[in-house]
Design a protein around this ligand. Structure first.
Ligand code: NDP
Length: 288
């Protein structure tokens, strides 16, 4: 068997096109331009690449991109005061503080300072609680992108066995919540899970969000299962996922490549979340 390749790059381009359509309508019909503010501290090269491409894609869909690049030594007080300004700015509908933050800053305090209605990353405790209790939340972009690809590939996810490997607040836990919301039977695995290959092999859906290059191999995968590889690992100057692509693709029904799978969906979902936040802020109907 050779798995279908889930083309995240093409899917993400389609989402950005839809977002651009919504942005154009907001502007024509209501005179509103959605604005996304991104705050970056320090010189971390990977974060700089993400922020640059977020800014570029924000402008490409017709939204306003506001970038704040601050020194790595910025104090928590200064950062919180910038967030307060952005919270109060009516032209800013989404705020994203690029993680990880320099070690002297308390990420929880910083995230909790963002107005939950502008928290397009979906990391604020209020959005986490809303997602867990089934209320309208801002949903974290990476798991949201994974869910969209799963729905596109499989249709109704109801009753499917899903194994999420990884329990981080930004990927694993919200992914598990989203799959539960779609009526999957969800197992969340982590570094202490016993017999992980056996656990994974029961799953119709495997989402790997671990950060260990090629950890998941084909013998962990049930024939025909759908494999979503969230991992981004830099190895020998190239990028590889958490799944060993060749051996998994030989068994799976469908699989996301790295690069070109989950990664592009994350930014597309960030743009979609910003439009949603803008519509909510203005009491307008949200895009589907
Ligand atoms: P974290 O490091 O926060 O979490 C990793 C998780 O993997 C933890 O829950 C950890 O378990 C678990 N884990 C570690 N080792 C093992 C093991 N041997 N067996 C089973 N579980 C294990 O990572 P993130 O969730 O932030 O990111 C995961 C990956 O996804 C990374 O490669 C990251 O670069 C990538 N990523 C990609 C994005 C994209 O846009 N495509 C966005 C965000 C992340 P425990 O809790 O027990 O320590």
């Amino acid at each position: 068997m050779t798995a279908d390749v889930i083309d995240g790059k093409a899917f993400a381009a389609g989402i950005r096109e839809k977002v651009a359509g919504h942005v154009a309508r907001l502007s024509e019909e209501h005179g509103i331009v959605p604005g996304l503010a991104v705050v970056l501290l320090g010189e971390d090269p990977a974060s700089q690449v993400y922020v640059r491409s977020k800014g570029k894609m924000t402008r490409e869909v017709g939204m306003k991109s506001i970038e704040h690049r601050l020194d790595a030594g910025t104090s928590e007080e200064e950062l919180l005061s910038l967030i307060a300004e952005l919270n109060a700015d009516r032209e800013v509908h989404g705020i994203l503080v690029q993680l990880p933050l320099p070690g002297h800053l308390n990420s929880e305090a910083v995230i909790d300072a963002i107005d939950p209605a502008k928290d397009v990353d979906g990391f604020h405790i209020s959005n986490v609680g809303k997602l867990a209790t089934g209320q309208a939340a801002m949903v974290p972009c990476t798991p949201l992108g994974c869910l969209m690809m799963l729905r596109e590939q499989l249709g109704d996810l109801s009753g499917l066995d899903a194994v999420v490997i990884g329990r981080s607040n930004i990927v694993g836990k919200p992914m598990a919540q989203l799959l539960l919301r779609d009526s999957c039977t969800v197992t969340v695995a982590h570094s202490r899970t016993k017999d992980l290959p056996e656990v994974a092999k029961r799953a119709d859906i495997v989402v790997a969000a671990v950060g260990r290059p090629k950890m998941v191999t084909g013998d962990w995968i049930k024939p025909g299962a759908t494999v979503i590889d969230v991992g981004i690992n830099r190895v020998d100057g190239g990028l590889v996922g958490d799944c060993d692509y060749d051996s998994c693709a030989a068994v799976a029904g469908a699989i996301t490549p790295v690069p070109g799978g989950v990664g592009p969906m994350t930014i597309a979902c960030l743009l979609a979340n910003t439009v949603t936040a803008c519509c909510r802020a203005h009491g307008l109907a949200e895009p589907e």
